[in-house]
Design a protein around this ligand. Structure first.
Ligand code: FAD
Length: 670
């Protein structure tokens, strides 16, 4: 049977949209950040959706080779359109985003260019960035090795200075020193920022960045001494397999001395290692930039999964309230709401904290320019923590959204398996999430000890200065309604974060040494760091609500979502809140009661709240999440596109299936 076209023009979700109690356009502006941002995003999303080259519906069925070729085609076409249409940087970034296929260009723009900007001298930036901006060279970021990822100081690649030729000799001395993972390294990049141990005058000065040409600009073949390839297929069928993550070995490859990134330190013509007067904290600026893009990606991925699960939940019906009566939309089940609506709230929470991080990056950049480095460690800890908490929560939520959609969520055509596979590694790259949380914890321990000696903490740790009050305060909540008070919510989150940090600091001080204590208590330290980061997200959501928010009912909906975000965390981490004495068991159960009421209030607005993300069907890429809710005909059509359905009798029937069946038949007749 051929695929039938059952799809009509009807909006199967119209009834859901009619129950919304707020202005969806106003919510789109709150989500995007400005009216301008909504317009640019719409324009770029439509540009991608209407271009046949950017089609993505078949990619989970392509072989790895075909998928990679498809990525090269899309990236080249995107660049062509960028030039033809004179797109601004903002527009070009959105164009790439809506193409929605990981590829070498991501590394080029998000890692290679910022690394040179952050670590290159003005002269180096002028030379390399000019070529990079025009795509005359394609770059990647080659730090991780087979043997070491998180422990950057353990990298083994060497860059030994040879004063007789004024060159560095780049070398991979062991198997484990092979570069391993860099995106775009395997097949595409012509250049890389390679991290290696700098050795000059017989001394090892530790890890530094070097710009290396890897492949010929004429025929793309690897340069002499460079062995390079792809590391092989990755998790999921399509997903990250569009990216050529690579392996590279270097055999005494010579590069000119001026290809060492020399903004922070240099090697002179004579081979002397000299620190420049630019402080090391400058590197934090690049990290803040990269991590704020990852937080933005996390909120986008989470909102896509939630959009799919909410729309599908409104269409899918199972069981009736009474025999023979109409069936119930699964979204009406309280268990679905308590599993799904915290993700809806988290999507908005992560979006707003991401918008704030963008501001933080501008603030950090301005401070760096005026040589004010005072808030950098705090900004670094805060972005590391936010990267960790938002990406972990997003990966967990996408997986749960698959379950929320039942069996159909497990189909590639739901879009969820691919979304999960693409976003899962964000928990690992740019810093493993647990390793990052331990860095945050280290910073918190330092802050606790500084507070004890009278120093006033800054930025997102400023609340720790209120230590006298927060260590003793009792929550003012007495009724279910009291949990609507943002000040009451913020106070319990502050008290919990501070008390967990102080408990850790006290326990570390009892250990034979600080390092032993830190190691022994690391699971508790990770939890203290999570508590601190969750406080930041709750605080930024509450601050967002204090802004001018236009549109009928928009602010009211956001207040409800903010309440859900905070109260579901209290419910989930009640053990923390109880054990630190921040809430009583009764207050915990009042929070849960309030949460149930908020779910009921959000239910009639749920579909409109995901509409406000403003995603095209193309970008969403899901039969279950279609705007018109025509789920079943979409699923049916998608099934017929599968290569297995190209023939009625399957390939392999003659060689394998037929002889087996015949033989069994013969046996049964004996
Ligand atoms: C899809 C993808 C793309 C990538 N792209 C790039 C790229 O472009 N360029 C590049 O250079 N790299 C890239 N990477 C590599 C990435 O940066 C590393 O995988 C990451 O830094 C983690 O290092 P690792 O894999 O060695 O993990 P490990 O450090 O070996 O971690 C293994 C486990 O040990 C735990 N652990 C490690 N240290 C500690 C500690 N001190 N305390 C407690 N627990 C600890 C971790 O939490 C983890 O659970 C990419 C990785 C992936 C998956």
């Amino acid at each position: 049977m051929a695929a039938a076209d059952w799809g009509g023009k009807a909006d199967h979700l119209a009834g859901e949209r009619a129950t919304a109690q707020f202005d969806v356009d106003g919510m789109k502006v709150a989500w995007a950040g400005s009216r301008h941002a909504v317009e640019v995003a719409d324009r770029m999303a439509c540009l991608v959706a209407s271009d046949p080259v950017f089609r993505k519906d078949t990619r989970t069925m392509l072989s790895r080779k075909e998928l990679f070729k498809d990525t090269l085609k899309k990236a080249a076409h995107a660049w062509k359109r960028t030039v033809e249409l004179h797109l601004t940087e903002e527009e070009a970034n959105l164009l790439r985003l809506y193409i929605d296929q990981p590829g070498y260009v991501d590394l080029h723009w998000v890692m290679f260019v910022p690394a040179i900007k952050g670590q290159g001298t003005e002269e180096q930036q002028k030379k390399w960035l000019t070529m990079a901006y025009k795509f005359q060279i394609i770059g990647t970021y080659a730090q991780t090795e087979l043997g070491h990822g998180s422990n950057v100081q353990g990298l083994e690649t060497t860059a030994t200075f040879d004063p007789s030729t004024d060159e560095f000799i780049m070398h991979s001395p062991t198997l484990t020193s092979s570069k391993w993972w860099p995106g775009g390294l395997g097949k595409t990049s012509t250049h890389a920022v390679v991290y290696a141990r700098l050795i000059t005058e017989g001394k090892d000065y530790g890890i530094h960045g070097f710009i290396m040409q890897l492949r010929s600009l004429d025929d793309h073949s690897p340069l002499p001494g460079i062995t390079i390839g792809d590391i092989g297929g990755k998790f999921g069928s399509g997903a990250y397999n569009s990216m050529d993550n690579g392996v590279m070995r270097l055999d005494h490859v010579r590069i000119p001395r001026d290809q060492m990134l020399m903004r922070l330190a240099q090697v002179t013509r004579e081979g002397k290692y000299v620190h420049s007067d630019v402080p090391k904290q400058l590197l934090y600026g690049t990290m803040v930039y990269v991590r704020q893009t990852i937080v933005a990606d996390a909120s986008r991925a989470l909102s896509r999964a939630v959009c799919i699960a909410v729309r599908y939940g409104a269409i899918r019906k199972q069981f009736g309230s009474k025999a023979g009566g109409p069936e119930t939309q699964v979204l009406n089940y309280k268990t679905q709401q308590s599993r799904l609506f915290p993700f809806l709230a988290s999507a908005y929470a992560f979006r707003f904290v991401g918008q704030w991080l963008k501001w933080l990056y501008t603030d950090v950049t301005q401070k760096l320019e005026s040589k004010d480095f005072s808030t950098l460690p705090e900004a670094h800890a805060c972005t590391a923590g936010l990267k960790s908490v938002t990406t972990s929560a997003t990966a967990d939520a996408i997986e749960e959204c698959q379950k929320l959609c039942g069996g159909h969520g497990y189909l590639n055509s739901s879009g969820l398996p691919e979304l999960f596979a693409v976003n899962l590694p964000a928990c690992t790259y740019e810093g493993d999430n647990v390793v990052l949380l331990l860095q945050v914890a280290r910073f918190l321990m330092k802050t606790v000890s500084q507070v004890a000696s009278g120093k006033q903490p800054v930025g997102t740790t400023a609340y720790m200065g209120n230590i006298q009050h927060l260590m003793q305060c009792k929550s003012v909540v007495n009724t279910v309604e009291d949990w609507l008070n943002p000040a009451a919510i913020k106070e319990v989150f502050e008290a919990r974060a501070l008390r967990m940090a102080v408990n850790c600091a006290q326990n570390i001080s009892k250990a034979p040494s600080q390092e032993e204590g830190f190691s022994e208590l690391s699971p508790d330290l990770v939890e203290a760091a999570v508590a601190h980061v969750q406080l930041i997200i709750v605080t930024k959501f509450i601050e967002k609500l204090q802004e001018d928010i236009l549109g009928h009912g928009v602010k009211e909906q956001l207040q409800k979502l903010c309440g859900i975000y905070a109260l579901h965390l209290i419910h989930k981490h009640l053990g923390d809140f109880l054990s630190t004495g921040c809430v009583t068991a009764r207050q915990g159960s009042l929070a849960n009661e309030r949460l149930g009421k908020l779910y009921a209030q959000v239910r009639p607005n749920a579909v409109a709240l995901v509409d406000a993300f403003d995603y095209t069907d193309h970008y969403l890429g899901s039969a279950l999440g279609r705007y018109d809710g025509d789920v079943y005909s979409a699923l049916y059509k998608e099934a017929w596109k599968d290569p297995l359905n190209e023939t009625v009798v399957p390939d392999g029937y003659q060689e394998h299936l037929r002889p087996l069946l015949k033989q069994q038949l013969k046996l049964s007749r004996l």
